[in-house]
Design a protein around this ligand. Structure first.
Ligand code: HEM
Length: 332
């Protein structure tokens, strides 16, 4: 049996007091009913808040850094992208080519090359952690002085922006030359979707007033989706392989399911399954879900209360309180 990691498991809801005047008090919750209440039932009372946006500054106005109407509009736009058959095909092609932005850095090659924009992304994430750990007045002072972690953060931001600019400029040129081919061809990626004419997207954009072809929108969208999908998928894969490697019975069942459903010999040494094929693998799906439950790649989330409230567990929440919940240590 696989036991979940223990972290704040005994804590239901507890207020942590930061140093005086640091503005770092927060409420830590771990009751699934409280979390569901915040994420769903009383969602409108718990935005990410202004401080979140300051900490995650380089994410601009992208979905991760948005609340209310802008958040809702971007969520609709991203959903419409994910629902496209064309997107599924692009995922398949990308898996084969190991690319997301129309560019393969070969980061999985055995030499483990250091790729500047990847290092920049790691530095950005490190900077965000520091901003969470320090009082806002301190990190803002360091930012103003451009020293320490804040200097590293700024440099990383510039390097990553240059990388995104190049990806966007290249795709703008390609789409400008052959829009139809780009939408239908193997070079489709998420930037193609926003740059090329798509009826569904055009309607969403018109309704929300978002300029989906502007450089700012493309840059923020690309950065946010990379931030959403990069380390979450990386961490999930590591845990999945670890669990499978340490549970031979599970590995055996996965292999049997693959053979039973997709076993046709093709004579190829390597074969990437299509999305339709992968849908048949229900046991594998269950394994992935269980690993995500036991080892959630996004360990923490935080929100801020607008009005005072009472959580289902009975805990009182004052106005403007930072709330932190650990997906790693849900009770239940
Ligand atoms: C195993 C992989 C992943 C895990 C565990 C994961 C987990 C999460 C979690 C916990 C949230 C916050 C949900 C909430 O607060 O309501 C989230 C939001 C989100 N994720 Fe993922 N994610 C993964 C992969 C991806 C990928 C590959 C993408 C896209 C490329 C993506 C795009 C998003 C977006 C756009 C949001 C919405 C942010 C928002 O509403 O503010 N995620 N994800």
């Amino acid at each position: 049996m696989i036991t979940p990691p223990l972290f704040f498991n005994e804590v239901k809801a507890r207020v942590f007091k930061g140093p005086w005047f640091s503005g770092m008090d927060f409420l830590l919750i771990s009751d699934p009913l409280d979390v569901q209440y915040i994420l769903s039932k009383n969602f409108s009372n718990y935005p990410k808040g202004a401080e979140f946006k300051q900490i995650f500054e380089p994410l601009g106005d992208g979905i991760f850094n948005s609340d209310s109407d802008t958040w809702r509009a971007q969520r609709r736009i991203i959903h419409s992208l994910f629902k496209k058959k064309r997107f599924e095909l692009a995922v398949e092609i990308s898996l084969k080519q190991k690319i997301l932005q129309g560019f393969d850095p070969n980061s999985l090659s055995v030499e483990f090359p250091q790729i500047p924009y990847q290092k920049a992304f790691d530095d950005f994430e490190e900077g965000v952690i520091y901003r969470h750990a320090l009082p806002a007045s301190i990190w803002k002072l360091l930012r103003w002085l451009q020293i320490g972690k804040e200097k590293k953060f700024k440099t990383a931001w510039i390097v990553f922006d240059e990388f995104l600019e190049q990806c966007i400029a290249r795709k703008q040129k390609e789409v400008g030359q052959s829009c139809k081919e780009q939408m239908e061809g193997k070079d489709f990626n998420l930037l193609t979707y926003f740059l090329a004419e798509d009826e569904g997207l055009a309607q969403e954009a018109a309704e929300s007033g978002i300029l989906t072809k502007s450089n700012k929108f493309l840059r923020d969208m690309a950065f946010n989706l990379l931030a959403a999908g990069k380390d979450s998928v990386g961490a999930a894969l590591v845990w999945i392989f670890w669990v499978v490697a340490t549970h031979p019975d599970v590995e055996q069942k996965i292999l049997e399911e693959i053979k039973a459903n997709l076993g046709a010999e093709t004579g190829e040494q390597w074969r990437v399954f299509s999305i339709e094929e992968v849908r048949k693998l229900v046991y594998l799906h269950a394994v992935i879900c269980e690993v995500l439950r036991l080892y959630p790649p996004v360990p923490f989330e935080h929100k801020v209360s607008i009005e005072e409230d009472t959580l289902p567990s009975g805990h009182k929440v004052p106005r403007n309180m930072r709330i932190l919940f650990s997906l790693y240590s849900m009770e239940g």
